[in-house]
Design a protein around this ligand. Structure first.
Ligand SMILES: Cc1cc2nc3c(=O)[nH]c(=O)nc-3n(C[C@H](O)[C@H](O)[C@H](O)COP(=O)(O)OP(=O)(O)OC[C@H]3O[C@@H](n4cnc5c(N)ncnc54)[C@H](O)[C@@H]3O)c2cc1C
Length: 392
């Protein structure tokens, strides 16, 4: 959104802060959380164009995972085993930090479960590949177990799969309850909702404007993820928006043990503690149209999700669909996040590009971002914005 000459009047309400966080998702709230810890006497504001959690953070599947085993195999191919394990461990630390700092004794209240997760093999060829993959992961110190067809049927209630790899320590949560809990931990952050930052300038400090506010801040943290390209259009080539779609059934008898990935279709599912089955993914069926900022649902992908629900489980034949929605994710070219200072604005730092794994990454990534502000901590090379400066 742009600001008109008529609306750029000097009578806008003025706010001065030490830190301004832009974006009210898991990344923004986590950034405010770590800012409060690191700079306890600072003035902090967080601004969100709609309500907290109205972006992907309130629209996701609630997997608190390190990703699928296929994802790990790709990390090994793309980055080599040493970096792959560093990237995997970063997510493990994210989960442990969430547990120790936010979830604490409130697992039941937040519907958080340490269920483990599973990547299912769609064919015999996949299963033989998984035998080797499970072995590689175990040798690298990842606690996985290969499971056979019978166990896939009994623990995940799916038909036609050959087996899978279970990773023991992942979990699932109610994402909005997690955001609410994180928000409740913020004691020193002014949260401003329904205000969209439309303009930014920087000299000694940074000046940000909405239609009604002018905010001056020493430092700004931009946590817009998939929406970054709407704010800074030339960044869209670096953080590509990708829509993810989901359906949820009415409550069914509880049969699915934990979060499950079927990477062949970029598809995933879980069953809530209250019985509703959630199925998401299939954006690979329509990649061009899913490259969008619109959070509508599309007939093509919703049909694929519906057909999957009916065809692949042994207890869903008459299940009715209760909810359908979508959200916008942000993808960098190598699939890893970017964290760093924006080259065009001094004192403006950002994190973005957490793909389909923001719940599994952002709390830890925000800690790295905040600790990098005064050079206390180096940003891991695979997350550093430096690797892409030439593209901007
Ligand atoms: C359907 C779906 C399923 C997913 N499932 C999972 C999962 O199970 N596990 C997992 O780890 N990840 C999952 N993800 C990915 C995860 O949701 C995201 O990676 C994560 O939520 C990103 O968090 P964020 O805070 O960076 O971005 P967002 O949550 O998108 O927050 C950005 C915020 O910025 C606000 N904003 C935008 N422009 C402005 C502006 N100019 N001024 C002020 N505010 C602005 C937006 O309104 C938004 O609230 C899923 C995503 C989708 C869409």
């Amino acid at each position: 959104m742009s600001i008109s000459y008529w609306n750029s009047a000097s009578d806008k309400k003025k706010i001065e802060t030490d830190f301004l966080v832009i974006g009210g998702g898991i990344a923004g709230l986590s950034s405010a959380y770590w800012l409060e810890k690191k700079f306890p006497t600072s003035k902090i504001a967080l601004i969100e164009r709609h309500k907290i959690g109205s972006g992907a953070s309130g629209r996701n599947a609630g997997f608190v995972t390190c990703g699928s085993s296929e994802h790990f195999a790709k990390l090994v191919t793309d980055f080599g085993p040493e970096k792959a394990i560093e990237i995997w461990k970063f997510s493990e630390q994210n989960r442990e930090l969430l547990k120790s700092e936010v979830i604490k004794g409130n697992a039941d209240k937040l519907l958080f479960g340490s269920t483990g997760s599973c990547t299912v093999a769609a064919s015999d060829a996949d299963y033989s590949r998984y035998i080797t993959l499970a072995d590689t992961m175990a040798k690298l110190g990842i606690d996985v177990e290969l499971i056979n067809e019978a166990k896939i049927k009994s623990d995940y209630a799916v038909k036609g799969f050959k087996g899978g790899i279970e990773y023991k320590h992942d979990g699932e949560v109610h994402p909005i309850l997690l955001l609410k809990e994180l928000r409740s931990l913020l004691k020193n952050t002014e949260i401003i909702e329904d205000q969209e930052i439309c303009k930014m300038e920087s000299d000694a400090g940074v000046y940000c404007e909405t239609q009604h506010l002018r905010i001056q801040s020493q430092k700004v943290l931009v946590t817009l993820n998939g929406y970054l390209g709407l704010f800074w259009p030339n960044w869209e080539k670096l953080v590509r928006p990708q829509r993810g779609q989901v359906i949820v059934t009415e409550p069914l008898p509880k049969r699915v043990k934990g979060p499950c990935y079927l990477t062949k279709h970029l598809c995933y599912f879980r069953q809530m503690p209250t019985g509703e089955l959630l199925i998401g993914g299939f954006r690979n069926l329509d990649l061009e149209n899913e490259n969008t900022y619109s959070d509508q649902v599309s007939e093509k992908i919703q049909k694929a999700l519906f057909d999957f629900t009916k065809d692949f489980f042994d207890f869903t034949a008459d299940a009715k669909i209760k909810n359908q929605w979508s959200g916008i994710m942000g993808f960098t070219p190598d699939g890893q996040m970017i964290i760093g200072e924006a080259p065009q604005f001094k004192n403006v730092h950002l994190m973005a590009g957490c793909s389909g794994h923001g719940m599994g990454l952002s709390f830890h990534a925000a800690k790295v971002l905040v600790e990098s502000l005064n050079d206390e901590r180096a940003i891991p090379s695979h997350l550093g914005l430096n690797r892409y400066l030439a593209m901007l």
